[in-house]
Design a protein around this ligand. Structure first.
Ligand code: 2HG
Ligand code: ZN
Length: 460
């Protein structure tokens, strides 16, 4: 890189907040993966769309790579800056711009936290329904860049479903205003959807118009102890047939072990190999009685060995914590993460094949399963034994991931369900996408980012 380039940027944008202190480079150069050593050139914190555009144009001119940066809660290395890139943090673009009561949309800047959006929607008597554990610190720009999913996908779908419009600065420095909140817009390629899930490789989201929906009816949360693997999807079938579900999540005894070690209260006296947390509409007594009937039906069939139904919001929250705190409870162990998916109908057969594989290949590692089993998405975290060297551990996990790709391919699944490809899953992209797909993606990237400055090295 031309050493004068940062000076040129300062000259063009004298007001731009630029950080170069080692502590800032360290902080903004990494995400939750903690696998790469941060080494960005500097951190830019633009305060306007114009500043973002000027930065991107400068980066093209001087050949500087850009890493767009949100809350950096990502788990695939998509926001890692380890090679002298300029991190463009959207932290200062964090406001709600407008609410439209007729369209029921909220227009926001990209650096606003998911939770702030949820709260803003609630103030207007509506909801933004995408939800997951990192809600307090992840940002909507990052949610869009990864098409984030989370715990309510079975009812509401992924982030993509809620994006009525976005403004982006492309890698070439052009400002695009995509879809403008229209519900109907049959005018050729819907470029908005190219940017959703593009992991910062095509441009930077600088504004988003989000669709909101009605607040759901009151709900209850049930936690089930499940005695064997096959029962997981039997219970799902029974719940889905008779209740209106908004979430259906599972975790194993090993996951509960880590959450309990992190401070949570174990829910049952006896431990069980699997647990399910499910949330369902329970506006009145009839629905609550139906939930009890489902529980009894599962009990009679031997699919459930114990259970609890929340009687208050506080109890619902503490049941949810058992599931939502898993990632944080594992974080100190720097686990290796798999985030995989298959069609819901394929889950039972897939679980068996995965269990065979993991028992065979990881006989000595702590394997922690959990995730959004109701939408076919499993998280498998491998915990590093203290005595094993980190590099050896990663190499071993990567070897097993290769084998996992074969199992996924047999079942028509995907190596990345919702965390993105980033750096972590790059070697396995070809297991889930055809050569023709990847060639087209490269072509699209070349059009929108002709000088290859946007998040280079990520995705492919
Ligand atoms: C979740 O579902 C997140 O909790 C994180 O997607 C999953 O830590 C993980 O592997
Ligand atoms: Zn998840």
């Amino acid at each position: 890189m031309n050493p004068l380039s940062l000076d040129a940027l300062r000259h063009r944008l004298p007001e731009l907040k630029l950080l170069t202190e080692p502590a800032d480079l360290e902080h903004y150069g990494r995400d939750w993966t903690r696998r790469w050593t941060p080494a960005p050139l500097a951190i830019a914190l633009p305060a306007s769309v114009e500043e973002v555009q000027t930065i991107v144009r400068w980066a093209n001119e001087f050949g500087v790579a850009i890493v767009p940066s949100g809350g950096r809660t990502g788990l695939s290395g998509g926001a890692v800056a380890a090679s002298g890139e300029l991190v463009v943090s959207l932290d200062r673009l964090n406001r709600v711009l407008t609410f439209d009561a007729i369209d029921r949309t909220l227009t926001v800047q990209p650096g606003i936290a998911l939770e702030a959006i949820q709260n803003a929607a609630r103030e207007h008597g509506l909801v933004y329904p995408v939800d997951f554990g990192a809600r307090g610190s992840c940002q909507i720009g990052g949610n869009i860049a990864t098409n984030a999913g989370g715990i309510r996908v079975i009812r509401y779908g992924n982030t993509r479903n809620w994006i009525a419009g976005i403004k982006v600065i492309t890698g070439a420095g052009e400002l695009l205003d995509l879809n403008r909140g229209l519900i109907k817009n049959a005018t050729g390629y819907d470029l908005r959807h190219l940017f959703i899930g593009s992991e910062g490789t095509l441009g930077i989201v600088v504004e988003a118009t989000l669709a909101l929906t009605d607040a759901p009816p009151p709900s209850q949360v049930m936690l089930f102890a499940i005695p064997h693997m096959d029962a997981l999807m039997q219970v799902f079938g029974a719940c889905r047939a008779r209740l209106s579900l908004s979430a259906f999540e599972f975790f194993t005894d090993r996951a509960l072990h880590h959450v309990a070690a992190h401070g949570a209260q174990k829910p049952f006296a006896e431990s069980s190999p699997y647990y399910v947390v499910t949330e369902f509409d329970a506006a009145g007594e009839a629905q609550q009685a139906e939930a009890l009937a489902v529980f009894e039906h599962c009990l009679e069939n031997g699919w459930v060995s114990d259970g609890v139904i929340s009687q208050s919001e506080a109890q619902a929250r503490s049941l949810w914590r058992l599931r939502e705190d898993i990632t944080e409870s594992l974080a100190p162990h720097k686990p290796y993460k798999n985030d995989i998916s298959v069609r819901i109908a394929v889950v039972p057969a897939f679980l068996h094949d995965m269990q065979d594989l993991l028992m065979r290949e990881y006989p000595h590692f702590d394997v922690v399963w959990f995730g959004h089993i109701g939408d076919g998405n499993l998280h498998i975290n491998i915990v590093k034994p203290a005595e094993v060297d980190y590099a050896v551990f990663i190499a071993e996990c990567e070897r097993v991931t290769e084998l996992m790709c074969d199992v996924l391919a047999r079942h028509g699944g995907s190596i990345s369900a919702e965390h993105g490809i980033g750096l972590v899953k790059k070697p396995y992209l070809a297991s889930a996408r055809s050569a023709a797909d990847i060639a087209l993606m490269r072509g699209i990237r070349a059009v929108l980012d002709p000088n290859g400055i946007m998040n280079p090295g990520k995705l492919f």
